[in-house]
Design a protein around this ligand. Structure first.
Ligand SMILES: NC(=O)CC[C@H](N)C(=O)O
Length: 446
């Protein structure tokens, strides 16, 4: 906390109750001095080349600071996250693909980056973070910590970004940028690095728009692979850009998980599985209609449990006949309140769960809801739909992230609930449950 108060730019911001547009713009020119005086102790010091860097928004605003990480420019959607911790988890979440991520928390990088233990498979759960490398297109921070300290840290945020070819900018007023994005909505941007970086792209058409691309096809696994083959229930995990903690959370609870490419025709191979799980993933769900087609068949004609998270929630909603729309600035942070409307095992109607979120699209609340479906959760801040379920409870999905990483664990037991449903469906279908490995044993193997 003391280090937060030490920088003059933070102090300046704290005095501004409601900065005018002109004031916000001039704040954007505030830069930090990256010259660091090494201390006489053994804590690791971050080096940064501190080249000139600018964030240019398609709407005409520019913010000038210093670069860290990879010395190259990048385009993307400029979005903000209000999470206070877990920059490493957020930056490895494939749902942030093609996004320039603004952290509203001022001091970023102070606990460095841990060794992301090499997985047995690229997307296996045996790594610490959510994917092998940095997924977002760039990072925008107010104050890059010039010193990091954590027992697991092996490198600085800047070194990590450099290794993964991702640029960063520090010394910009992220509060002013966030106020702008909140008013005008998620905006296309360019993170420009180098001597000419203060010159914005010549025309608004020069800003690359990732929403036009099928980003899911870029991040999904190319080949199916199986984790924890001894698990007692076999779950098909459709990978739209799955955070590793989804597979981890299923494996920890004793499931065998087969991760499948996003557009797999699951109906053709359904007999192997006791449940279907749809992951999170980047971009517009409208690009995934091929998958919606397969999932609709599973919803209509299969009799086993189906669960979806975030992009998975949107795919299930589209399959059920709901519409997905683009929100103004989305929800990204770790303290989004979701009000439960129906009981299901650990979830109690009437309770508010604090949830981790990262999404730009949402399912539209309509009245009446499609036949046989009901809303399951509503966001207590903005009233957006946070989950839907079939009235028989067999198919359910949530817009938030029960697996967290990072974020609160309020809804982590939804994984236990889903696997309990899968085990019940398996024994009801007459298949004897295999001798289950205890979750402790499965966890020990991770
Ligand atoms: N985390 C996610 O799965 C994001 C879903 C979708 N890409 C969105 O932005 O709304």
């Amino acid at each position: 906390m003391l280090s937060l108060l030490r920088t003059s730019s933070c102090a300046t911001r704290r005095t501004l109750a409601a900065p005018s547009w002109r004031a916000r713009r001039s704040l954007a020119t505030v830069t930090n001095d990256l010259t660091f005086q090494p201390r006489a102790n053994n804590q690791t010091v971050v080096s940064t080349d501190g080249q000139p860097a600018s964030l240019h928004l398609k709407t005409g605003q520019s913010f000038h600071g210093k670069s860290f990480g990879a010395p190259k420019s990048a385009f993307g959607e400029t979005v903000f996250s209000t999470s206070i911790t877990s920059y490493t988890e957020s930056m490895t979440d494939p749902s942030y693909r093609a996004q320039l991520l603004v952290f509203t928390t001022p001091l970023i990088g102070n606990y460095g980056v841990p060794k992301n233990v090499a997985p047995s498979h690229d997307r296996g759960p045996n790594m610490l973070l959510e994917a092998p490398g940095v997924q977002c297109a760039g990072v925008i921070v107010a104050d890059l910590a010039l010193k990091y300290s954590h027992y697991q840290a092996v490198e600085s945020l800047s070194e990590w970004c450099l290794r993964w070819g991702v640029p960063g900018i520090t010394g910009v007023d992220t509060r002013a940028i966030t106020c702008l994005l909140r008013d005008q909505g998620t905006t296309l941007g360019q993170l420009a690095i180098g001597a000419d970086s203060h010159i914005p792209p010549a025309s608004p058409e020069d800003f690359w728009d990732p929403a036009k691309e099928n980003l899911v096809a870029q991040v999904s696994t190319r080949e199916a692979y199986t984790l924890n083959p001894e698990g007692d229930v076999h779950i098909a995990l459709l990978d739209y850009g799955a955070k590793a903690n989804i597979a981890r959370s299923l494996v920890k609870r004793g499931a065998k998980v087969t991760v499948l490419p996003w557009n797999t025709d699951v109906w053709a191979i359904k007999d192997q599985f006791d449940g279907l799980f749809l992951s999170n993933g980047p971009g517009d769900p409208g690009h995934c209609m091929e998958s919606v087609h397969h999932v609709r068949k599973m919803i209509q004609d299969w009799n086993k449990p189906i669960f979806g998270i975030c992009m998975g929630n949107q795919i299930i909603g589209l399959s059920a006949g709901l519409e997905a729309y683009r929100m103004r600035f989305g929800n990204r942070g770790h303290n989004q309140p979701a009000l439960a409307l129906a009981n299901h095992r650990s979830i109690k109607a009437g309770r508010i769960y604090v949830t981790s979120q990262n999404h730009q699209y949402a399912l539209r609340l309509v009245d009446p809801f499609p036949d046989g479906w009901e809303p399951w959760f509503i966001n207590a801040n903005d009233s957006s739909v946070e989950g839907v379920r079939s009235k028989d409870g067999r198919v359910a999905c949530v817009q938030f992230h029960p697996e967290s990483a990072g974020g609160p664990l309020d809804t982590i037991e939804m994984f236990t609930d889903f696997l309990t449903d899968c085990r019940a469906a398996k024994s009801a279908s007459g298949q004897p449950a295999l001798k289950s490995r205890s979750s402790r044993a499965a966890q020990a193997s991770l």
